[in-house]
Design a binder for this molecule. Structure first.
Ligand SMILES: [Zn+2]
Length: 178
């Protein structure tokens, strides 16, 4: 079984999301209803069905499993979500990040700008209301919103100046790296 599957089977998604967000939950029949959605903050629309391992918000339509929750909530990548969850439940990872290239600067850039879009209400509204793209399309196409803070993000991910400049998205002008 893969680490992802193994961890998923060991984590109780309801109590894990409760633990992270401290949002009150009540049980309505076979469904756990969170008092509000951790993402859009609307009341009573963020739900997890008993014996299922994914969440869904009926207001902002965000959904996924515990890994995507970690990714969205903490704005981290898939492998970091895996690592954090593994630590959380004291699970020894079988695969190391060396065997799967977790570090891919272009993927990280795409994800970074994509998350900027999802977290920027006016940019998102422009895409959905003026351009008429659905959230699904935006997610599928990884549409992004650029801000001038890529450099700080890449540095925080541990990319060297050289690696950053090689992408062509960061420039070095007389020692001023931006
Ligand atoms: Zn929501």
């Amino acid at each position: 079984m893969s680490d992802f599957k193994e961890i998923k089977s060991r984590v109780n998604i309801v109590s894990e999301i409760q633990r992270i967000t401290s949002i009150e939950t009540k049980k309505e029949g076979k469904t756990y209803a969170f008092k509000n959605c951790p993402f859009c903050k609307h009341h009573g629309c963020f739900k997890i069905k008993e014996n299922e391992d994914f969440y869904k918000c009926f207001s902002c339509d965000i959904k996924g499993d515990i890994f995507t929750f970690y990714e969205k909530y903490y704005q981290i990548g898939k492998y970091e979500a895996l690592t954090r969850l593994a630590e959380q439940i004291n699970y020894p990872l079988k695969q190391t990040n060396q065997s799967t290239p977790a570090k891919n600067i272009f993927n990280d850039i795409v994800e970074y700008y994509h998350k900027k879009l999802l977290n920027n209400n006016s940019a998102l509204k422009y895409q959905t209301h003026t351009r008429f793209h659905s959230i699904k399309t935006l997610e599928l196409m990884k549409v992004g919103y650029t801000t001038g803070r890529l450099r700080a993000f890449l540095t925080s991910k541990g990319y060297s100046d050289k690696e950053q400049i090689e992408t062509g998205m960061i420039t070095n002008k007389n020692g001023q790296i931006n």
